[in-house]
Ligand binder design. Structure first.
Ligand code: DON
Length: 606
């Protein structure tokens, strides 16, 4: 009953309202003499001399697989083809993976508006060839006028205010985050990285069927809220819906992007920023010019840990993603889950038992480390995790009502943690960004083309009651002015023997961290290629609601076996949209996969 929003989100297509894009490039790579013609070869591309460590040849690729691309010089996979191509173009012009990621990010704000954004936020995990790594935190923050009970009615019940309309919007981080990435790691002039997005918005671009559907869905949701002006941007002038093959132009967004191209600070200070704050207030929101001016993206040390001979580089708080990934991978080691056949009753049972315990920790112990004391070291500690898993019954589900967070919190001050990273390989970026639910708050700031996020719902608007993803969270994640709301986004880079092995990420709200876990485990525990890892059935558990959620492709005999052990199983059409890249161990070449079967997108490589 509590999970109404959760169910309506989950039952429908719950794949693409956050965008994870991954890129990898190796400027020094050249084909081995025996390599085949690259799939997206570019005869004019300059060939740089071979560096022995980076010698690559083309990985095998299944015939007629539209989801997978292979290459030896670089690869991009994202939720929309023209955005992927924009990134590939930057790589071909000599840009590095971070340059290309910035171009893809801006392009997705135009071509994938349900989640790509200027008005939202996200996280980028970077690993450079020289071993430098970074976690760029460009999560939205609560406006200065936000308060703990701002989404409760007179009776103290949660309203839709954290999801619908301008008041649901946190202060956006995307422009600041991409700028920080450019400043720290980029090589190509900023304006050239925004240019492809401007061209796509100004000149228009051709809609594929996924995106025509997406726009239609967005317009329906906007009209339900009487947001006619917003809807007008995503449908034709005569009110009819765009169809696949139509050209779609967004002149106002193009003009905003041009201002950002000229000066990224224009989004946060000056006439554009002042106008945005004014318009959001007029629409019932609470932004001020000072909120925008004070917004800062943060460069963080990623969470880095060892897993079965690999090094995992992932996102720290205010995302819960890295902590969940670490705990679930540690559980695979502690419970020896890798010895159970992939997708057997034993394997799924143990993974689910670990997940229910991990999400109890996630929901009550994590929050923005600038505001609350996050016991990060303990949550990542193998000794703590071993204790946590002691009561797992190998044959019987533990009811979630009997599972609480693994520790209680004392009152303490703010805590910041640091991890050290060394290594070298190709440059890589994993970036996940979002408006939260599809098309965010559904409000476009008039005259700017900027669609507003509804990320405020990721806070515990009423601690102890579920949010849009059914997450029941606690005081650590209550609303406070200037605070970042807890996230599940898990952009992740896998390193083996000091060299890049894979880049992984996905949307999917609370299911993000378990999807990333399953892809990483498929690669490492079960040795499958990235395309098989991405295509495989996804299974999720998040403590509460106390149920396994699984895609329809779960074998009915396995489902029956799980029910016998006391698990309830809920079927969801589709979980996540994992656009991932691996370095093929056999050839050292790149294999990129877009999660096309679930929600479109495109992998490209050269
Ligand atoms: O940060 C989070 O965890 C959520 N706002 C992500 C939302 C999401 O993935 C929606 N996509 N399906």
């Amino acid at each position: 009953m509590h999970h109404g929003i959760f169910h309506s989100l989950m039952k429908g297509r719950f794949a693409g309202t956050t965008v994870a894009l991954v890129l990898a490039c190796t400027p020094a790579a050249v084909p081995n003499s025996d390599s085949a013609t690259p799939q997206t070869g570019d005869a004019a591309a300059p060939v740089t001399p071979p560096a022995a460590a980076n010698r690559r040849s083309l990985p095998a690729r299944e015939a007629n697989d539209p989801a997978t691309a292979v290459g030896i010089r670089g690869a991009v996979t994202s939720a929309e083809a023209q955005a992927s191509e924009a990134g590939l173009e930057i790589l071909k012009r000599g840009g590095n993976a971070v340059d290309a990621a910035i171009a893809v990010g801006f392009a997705l704000a135009v071509t994938h508006p349900s989640a790509g954004n200027l008005g939202g936020g996200g996280f980028m995990v970077v690993r450079m060839a020289d071993g430098r790594t970074a976690a760029i935190d460009y999560r939205e923050v609560a406006p200065g006028a936000a308060s703990r009970n701002m989404y409760l009615d007179a009776k103290g019940e949660k309203t839709r205010g954290s999801l619908d309309g301008a008041k649901a919007a946190g202060i956006p981080g995307t422009v600041a985050g991409l700028q920080l990435a450019r400043e720290k790691f980029g090589t190509i002039p900023w304006a050239e990285l925004v240019a492809p997005a401007i061209a796509l918005a100004q000149g228009g671009h051709t809609l594929d069927s996924f995106h025509a559907d997406d726009l239609r869905g967005g317009v329906e949701r906007m009209m339900k809220l009487n947001l006619t002006a917003s809807a007008a941007i995503y449908r034709k002038a005569d009110g009819s819906a765009y169809a696949a093959g139509d050209t779609w132009k967004q002149p106002e967004l193009a003009a905003t992007l041009a201002k950002v191209a000229a000066d990224p600070r224009a989004f946060y200070e000056g006439p554009l920023a002042d106008e945005m704050a004014k318009q959001v207030t007029a629409l019932g929101g609470i932004w001020t010019a000072a909120d925008l001016k004070n917004y800062k993206a943060v460069l963080r040390d990623p969470i880095v840990f060892q897993y079965r001979g690999h090094e995992i580089v992932t996102m720290p708080p205010p995302s819960a993603g890295g902590v969940v990934l670490r705990q679930l991978l540690a559980a695979s080691e502690i419970l020896e889950i890798d010895t159970k056949p992939w997708h057997s009753v034993d394997e799924i049972h143990l993974y689910v038992e670990a997940a229910r315990r991990t999400y109890a920790d996630r929901n009550f112990l994590l929050g923005d480390p600038a505001f609350v004391n996050v016991p990060l070291q303990k949550l990542l500690d193998p000794g703590y995790l071993r204790d946590r898993l002691k009561d797992v019954d190998p044959l019987k589900a533990t009811p979630s009502s009997k599972v609480a967070a693994g520790m209680t919190l004392g009152t303490g001050s703010t805590q910041t943690t640091h991890f050290s990273v060394v290594d070298e390989a190709g440059n890589a970026v994993a970036n996940t960004f979002t408006l939260n639910t599809s098309f965010g708050s559904k409000v476009v700031i008039p005259g700017t083309g900027v669609l507003l996020n509804n990320e405020m719902d990721d806070f515990a608007a009423k601690p102890g009651t579920p949010n849009a993803y059914g997450l029941v969270q606690g005081e650590q994640n209550k609303i406070e002015p200037g605070k970042r709301m807890l996230s599940s986004m898990t952009p992740t880079i896998v390193v083996k023997d000091g060299k890049l092995r894979a880049v992984v990420g996905t949307p999917g709200g609370s299911t993000i961290s378990t999807t990333v876990t399953q892809v990483v485990r498929a690669l490492i525990d079960y040795g499958v290629t990235i395309d098989k890892a991405v295509q495989a059935t996804r299974i999720h558990h998040q403590w509460m609601p106390d149920q396994i959620t699984a895609e329809p492709s779960l074998d009915p005999a396995i489902a029956a076996g799980l029910r016998e052990r006391g698990h309830k199983i809920e079927e969801w059409d589709s979980i996540g949209h994992a656009n991932c890249i691996e370095v093929d161990p056999a050839t050292n070449g790149y294999r990129a996969v877009a999660d096309v079967a679930r929600d479109g997108g495109k992998a490209v490589a050269y």
